[in-house]
Design a protein around this ligand. Sequence first.
Ligand code: ADP
Ligand code: MG
Length: 552
Amino acid sequence: MTIQTHSFQAEVSKLLKIVANSLYSEKEVFLRELISNASDACDRLRYAALTEPKLLADDPELQVRLSVDAKQKTLTIEDNGIGMSRDELIGNLGTIARSGTSAFMSEASGDEKKDVNLIGQFGVGFYSAFMVADEVTVESRKAGESEGWRWKSAGQGEFTIEEVDTAPARGTRIVLHLNKDAKEFLEKPRLSGIVRTYSDHVGLPIRIAGEDGKAETLNKASALWTRPKSEITAEQYTEFYHHVSHAFDDPWLVLHNRVEGRIAYTTLLYVPSQRPFDLFNPERKSHLKLYVNRVFITDDCEELLPGYLRFVRGIVDSEDLPLNVSREMLQNNPVLVRIRQALVKRVLGELQKKADKATEEYATFWGNFGPVLKEGLYEDAANQDKLLELARFHSTAGDGLVSLKDYVARMPEGQEAIYTISGDSLATLRKSPQLEGFRAKGVEVLLLHDPVDDFWMGRISEFDSKPFRSITRGDIDLGAVKGGDADKSDDKAEAPAEKDIGTLIALIKQTLGEAVKDVRVSKRLTESPVCLVADEHDLDMHLARVLKAHNQ
Ligand code: ADP
Ligand code: MG
């Protein structure tokens, strides 16, 4: 048999250097990563077997098996899942295919200490095996194929591939030759401790071979979301979050629910405490995993959540979809439509509770995900009112965030509209000359600095019967507003004569010519001599600039 040698993609070599030299103290996470891969592989086989039952037939009980060989200093992790073909071994274990790992690489600085902390944040998947092993052998046979393959590497720039008979009948066997600092992973109690900590939620048995040849199951082996809430600890919820989301922050919100009624389903949803790295990817993909009666169907189901809730992670397990549901059948599926409506309602409801009761936590959440949630203001007309209540803004009233309700509650008598100004940065907005007249009158102005603000502002005309008005557009008369310094000062005595103003305006018009549409006397200034505004029916100035920047 021929042995072929391949080079790792340059980024993988770089990554492996960081991983192998790292003094990362929690090396044990390698086991979590490999078990997680094994469990994904079993999930995928179970799904494939829905349409092709013979893939499962010979060996229907999906499981992960651990074994140690103290003499050879090896730890073996074996699954009977989907397996990998030769090309898949090369593609999956030789390049950085996974987005989490590429995000890690783009953040990696070359400074070892910093990068090691990043490993904890991103996780480096399969490659974490090289934290504990000086040689890794992967033998695999893809379900339904006859050839088996061996992938082998010392993690130093190269790996080899050859065809072998010793591959498992189906699935993947990973043999780690442990390095001298990793001998602890030969000890059974240590291994079972790790499995209980990180992988208890995995829905298939993780077994360890004993000396007597008998295997002992280390985990509960029932999917976490099927267990009663009272039996699940906060740590277990967090571990499961790490598993389903490939993220390593702590979840901010955990929503575990079983719904029975006309349709029955269980959801376990998480709102992260940190921004996922792909939050602003143009695909705006949702990341919920869909299960049908505990069988994994897909993690690519657009139907489960709208794009503006794409930061939510977790699973939905339905009892009403047919098991052999195809991805095509998921589109416009009435069961999913109902589930989606309920999920949106529930997530928004829980956010509102936090907004009411935990202002500071909510402000942090808003800082992370507010710009995404606001997309819902123009996408989801049905939930517009709820979203407006959840929205928070910076304003001229101070440094903190304000809600529209608070804004309206403190409007001075005579103020008819909710005033806004939009621009690229808070700092510039705060210095806008257009704000002067409002400040003088004690009228608060919302400072909109998210690109998305321009889009929903074009769609939504009012909140609580008060219209939104951009102060850089058209004429604004604050004459009816009571209070503020403007009323007290009597600069009327010094006001210039009408005809002098007329002459001045004519002069300015002549000088600026085509550069402006019109020149008018303004009541919004108190200190600056001039400011730019758009006409009532023209695009808001900032939106015009945004669109121009995008060549629209
Ligand atoms: P991720 O699991 O996030 O995709 P990993 O680095 O952990 O990233 O794994 C890379 C890929 O290698 C997986 O996506 C999968 O396609 C493949 N893989 C890894 N382990 C296994 C396994 N035990 N069985 C089948 N495929 C696997
Ligand atoms: Mg993985």
